[in-house]
Ligand binder design. Sequence first.
Ligand code: ADP
Ligand code: ZN
Length: 760
Amino acid sequence: MSLRFLLILLNPYLTPNLISYFMTSEKAKTALKKYFGYDEFRPLQEEIIQSVYDGKDTVVIMPTGGGKSVCFQIPAVTMEGTALVVSPLIALMKDQVESMRAIGVKASFLNSSISSKEQFEIEGQFKDGTLDLLYVSPEKLASQDFQSVLGAAKISLFAIDEAHCISSWGHNFRPEYRQLKLLKTKFPNIPVIALTATADKVTRKDIGDQLNLVEPKLFLASFDRPNLKLEVRPGRKRWEQIVNFVANHRDEAGIIYCMSRKNCESLAAKLQAKGLNADFYHAGMSSDQRNKTQEAFINDQIDIICATVAFGMGIDKSNIRWVIHYNLPKNIENFYQEIGRAGRDGAAADTMLFYSYADIMFLKTLIDQDGANGRELMQSKLDRLQQYATSPVCRRKTLLSYFGEYLADNCGNCDVCDLPPTSIDGTELAQMALSAVYRVKGQANSELLINILRGSQRKDILESGFQNIKTYGVGRAYTYLDWRAYIEQLTQQGFLEIALDDGYKLKLTQASQDVLFKDLKVKLVKPASIKEREEIAEASAVTKQSQSETFKWDKDLFKRLKDLRLRLAKEAGMPPYIIFGDKSLQEMAAAKPITREQFLTITGVGERKADQFSFDFLNVIKAYGQEKGIADADMFKPMLRASVKPKKSKVPKSAKVPTRQMTLEFYNKGLSLIEIARERGLKKSTLIDHLLYYHRDGLEIDFESMVDYDEELLKKIKDLVYQQEDSPPKMKPVFAGLDERVSYDEIKLYFAILETRGEI
Ligand code: ADP
Ligand code: ZN
């Protein structure tokens, strides 16, 4: 029974509002299938489109690749009049218009790159109402002579893309965006939809204010991108690891981000020498060279780009299958934006970050040299990235918590989930390392120290007489690399220091004393070898392929379909991913459709593309079937598409969010305990309980920064705790033992600190 018929039957029971809701949502869904070839909306898309249909001003915050464009493109094709889209990225307009035309949407663009004759023609079409969608630059929209054109056309909505550009709080302020304020004054009844991937709270509010929006509806999507595999690898033997990685990603498009231009070039040369299709990209090249390289990458003529962060801003390529960070980025925002360029088509994509303590030290020196401005902030942002790379918690949990989201379950798509780290009692290891440092009087860097611990017969060691110290050779049972990992962990836990101004030699700290002389227990994490990691990564890629939630496709057929796509793209003079995304080809290679009807069931195949391309693609699929001796009747196996359930990642929404989660949100935004208490009207002790909950769930909470930290006091409290027989320990005896001079709140915080250190 059709929805329409059902509605007629139910008509007496439905309110006019409900009817219009069902009708419009049916309209939107039909358009999604007809034009885009998608069966389901992604989370929030439908609500956002409804808000535009209702004529409301709308603000949309969604990560890159989340599916923002659909939110104005569907209204554009279903509402009367032309949708005007303002975008600052002139270079992208042509691509976007081509994509729209390829699915049968009447679209055009106006910006400074177009001749005045062409402009005149397009303006004519706009006034005649023959366009669904018109992209314009902000300058064009605000220009004097465009105003009369605007007045003469019928406009369905204004979409402001990259809306953070309007805010001077944002990171990419464009003065020309300020003129967009006039839209609401001149066209008060036309809905404005503002979209961006990056906006903190201040910018978010500023967007509404600067555009003069009327009580805008805010839609904040989850920042989770579940199709991105997250992996951190030790930054050792990077080249070998890359070679193995790309061998498992043959013919796939990927980016390797490097810190230095020189490194981009040498890495690209080494990859080329291995017969791989690689090139480099950085700001030191002429703009002509850069454009050429970028175009070649977009058109699938180059697979691998070794690039500095200069690369990626202006590209919309949806079939980037992997991103490697050769060096550590400066902060989580940059990191997330860079890996976000992978897998925009929703198909699985891999990301790998190389981490080493040396990279951290290098970035720290850069920050120090950078001078005073914002140094502390940069430092703390780097700390958060380090936490992401080193803490033994599900990577996605750590990453999302940075953006104020709480993921209830481990993600199952990161290296920590694949290979959970084993905690060990590292007290003895720590004692070996620290006493060796003590005995060489702080005169060894980590490499020398490890060689002493392992009893190396190296000439320089023997000449310095290190073989005579008591700890020589006590650590033989562990490999060099294990020791490196342990020493790094000891440094991170504050038991060792690296002297930057003294040849990176290892020095003891205050905390070392407790290990050496007071038998303090130390927890360490057993490092997994690179080989182990590689095996697990491969195994998990294989199981993912065989799981029914994704699906298995025929690799050989997929390759042929890709070749066909490349040929058609060349003929049409457009990027291959505009013809079909990787996901569509994967589905074709799995379902093997041989009729037009079957072809239309594939994700991303709308009516226009079926008309244009079914002949060529079905022919390749049919020929493949014949070659393999498969009967026609056995070819097509419809995709079993379990409706995509959004992961259990929750975006804080004031009303429904558990109270402790709101506390975490404030904590993640950097508010102090007192500020949170004021903001939330709760007692400090309640907030500490909230945060302890998350600590026990594996998040790193910095309780130390919440007290006026006093090592002596901590020790006293610890003694008073150990004198008790109660478990968990009570606060009252501690309060009394400190002559009632220290508040309960503070004692509670010290308890929390002891708990995070595993001491109670
Ligand atoms: P954004 O503008 O937020 O970066 P896009 O709008 O470009 O993201 O969407 C990213 C990709 O996801 C595009 O290839 C788009 O066609 C696809 N997409 C969007 N909505 C859906 C959907 N409902 N189902 C399947 N794919 C979708
Ligand atoms: Zn995980």
